[in-house]
Design a protein around this ligand. Sequence first.
Ligand code: BES
Ligand code: MN
Ligand code: ZN
Length: 460
Amino acid sequence: MYITSPESNLTGTSFIEDAENSTPLELVKTADFETRQSSLDDYQKASLQRQSFTAARGQIAWLKCGETFKVLVGWDGNDDLATLGGLPMTLAEGDYHLESSISDLQLIGWGMGSYQFNRYKKATRAPARLVMPSTANATRVINSIRAVALCRDLINTPAQDMAPSHLEAESREMAECFGASINVTVGDALLDAGCGAIHAVGRAAEDAPRLIDLTWGDENAPKITIVGKGVTFDSGGLDIKPGSAMRMMKKDMGGAANAMGLAYLIMAEKLPVRLRLLVPAAENAISGNSFRPGDILHTHKGLTVEIDNTDAEGRLLLCDALSIAAEEKPEAIFDFATLTGSARSAVGAELSAMFCNDDTLADAVYQAGRNADDAVWRMPLHGDYNHMLNSKVADVVNCAPSPYAGAITAALFLERFVEKTPWMHFDINAFNVRNRPGHPEGGEAMALRAVFDYLNGSYA
Ligand code: BES
Ligand code: MN
Ligand code: ZN
């Protein structure tokens, strides 16, 4: 449904190969505005004055140049998504081309800023279209934009149409598209596979829980495994959430959406890695057969987990998937999850909280995030807090009985299932709560491009 085959042409994007009568866009650095202005005639100066144009970031102004017009775009001089990200929905519909030189990242900003979710409501306008500059790595730009759009579409789709079976269907379509192999373990078969935690979280829902396992690439290439929390709706389970907290929980498969978007980008860009994508998918629903507080689950790793709170379900899906991932000792495991409210409290909705058991990997991905304008911020796997996960009747408890350090104790829980394998965990919001250039309100890709750029830099 949402998988776009990565053809080289630009159909369905906000880019075009070429256009007659497209309007030129000129970037004007805020700091250079006075110099630029002094080269204009009196009519042009007056025109910019009437539009209050000062070349501030994101500002636009029309300028008559001889018989035609151009658009001046204010620019703060940074190479980021915001340079062009606000334009597709601010400029009038139509075709534009750039007169100024531009980076691939800035072009990705244009594409990310032109995203719309139109499945249930007709768009009131089309985004403006940009001629793809000949200097760009057009394939990389378009693949990145499509990966982000895939991620956002999956998140924005309500739970009724994005149940575990839909995540499976999207994954199968993606496997088909890239010639990947895929294996899905559904319902009671999870128990035979040892995945008692995934089963427990999802068994009360109409749409059965499942573990999606996709593999792609040369089997001798370095193994990279990506895991995503796929809770298609989080009611909280028997520890039911209040209405206000439940309202946005269609996005609780945002980790899965990011993992799938990243897998898409890796395969579309043909990175020379052996990729494995693991998506444990379940709806945390309420029924007579729901798992309960006090229940003790048997996980894939063999550890028993006492349930303190059925609303701490994400780590239960992840723990089975992570232990499967760690078994084959890949080069690295990356997991993405809308895991805790605590991570949002710490870093807000627009930064990705990152945990990592390998300092070199953490530093490299932090730097990649800065360069990709996809910021991640490292948080500590503070081992001294492990005592909060002690259970009197099982190996570990799923949730610390403490109001403190919720994102850290969740990460410490996960760490027990990967042990020494290099591993990075992202606790993300996966949803923009406000509009900003390149980041429309709604489902969001977070840390996806940061990890892609890191992998591309390390393995390509
Ligand atoms: N999916 C939620 C976490 C969440 C909430 C992410 C809001 C983003 C926005 C998760 O399953 C959850 O319910 N976590 C609880 C854990 C608690 C019961 C230990 C939380 O963070 O409150
Ligand atoms: Mn929950
Ligand atoms: Zn959840």
